[in-house]
Write a protein that binds this ligand. Structure first.
Ligand code: FES
Length: 180
């Protein structure tokens, strides 16, 4: 009776080269792609903590007449800033603002905006006569609903995420404690 034929696994040069090339390719992709992960999941800056910031405003929102805006600033102790929820032009989602406005437009709609002009970032101010938010730098003007009334700004004001605070004259605005 003859010996049964048992196929042997042979580790050929071709197999070795295949594995070697696959390993090399994987290592290259991992090495090249790792830095991209920092952009996808950025580490929070040291000493900075995203939080909801309590802000006092001069007037209770339900007491504000239509066609008004009330200014507020970010706290300085600890030093904090607000985080833009959207934006265009010089503003963008995630950028910081050190002040804002609670604005009630002619229709009675309440919105909260960062103070930064969307042209080049100067602070806008409430114009009580015309019921607008005006920029002193290059003359841009915004309706109280944040849209552009007059350029050179092209984009509306950036919103801040907010909710009513514990008292009628307090709001909670999404921001960050800068820690310095
Ligand atoms: S920065 Fe406001 S108009 Fe230029």
């Amino acid at each position: 009776m003859g010996e049964a034929y048992a196929p042997r696994r042979v580790f050929t040069r071709r197999t070795f080269l295949g594995w070697w090339l696959a390993s090399l390719l994987t290592a290259t992709v991992l090495t090249g792609g790792a830095p991209l992960l920092i952009y996808l999941w950025p580490a929070p800056p040291k000493g900075q903590k995203k939080t909801s910031i309590a802000v006092s405003i001069q007037q209770a929102i339900d007491q504000m007449p239509s066609g008004t805006a009330v200014k507020f600033n970010s706290p300085t102790s600890p030093n904090s800033a607000f985080i833009m929820a959207d934006g265009g032009g010089d503003n963008a989602t995630g950028e910081l603002a050190f002040g804002g406005f609670v604005s009630k437009d002619e229709a009675g709609k309440v919105q909260v905006f960062a103070q930064n002009c969307s042209h080049l970032g100067c602070s806008v101010a409430f114009n009580a006569t015309d019921k607008t938010l005006d920029c002193p730098c290059h003359g841009s003007r915004f309706h109280l609903n944040g849209t552009v009334l007059h350029g050179p700004a092209v984009y509306p004001l950036a919103h801040l995420s907010w909710k009513q605070g514990d008292s009628p004259t307090t709001i909670q605005v999404e921001g960050i404690v800068l820690g310095f």
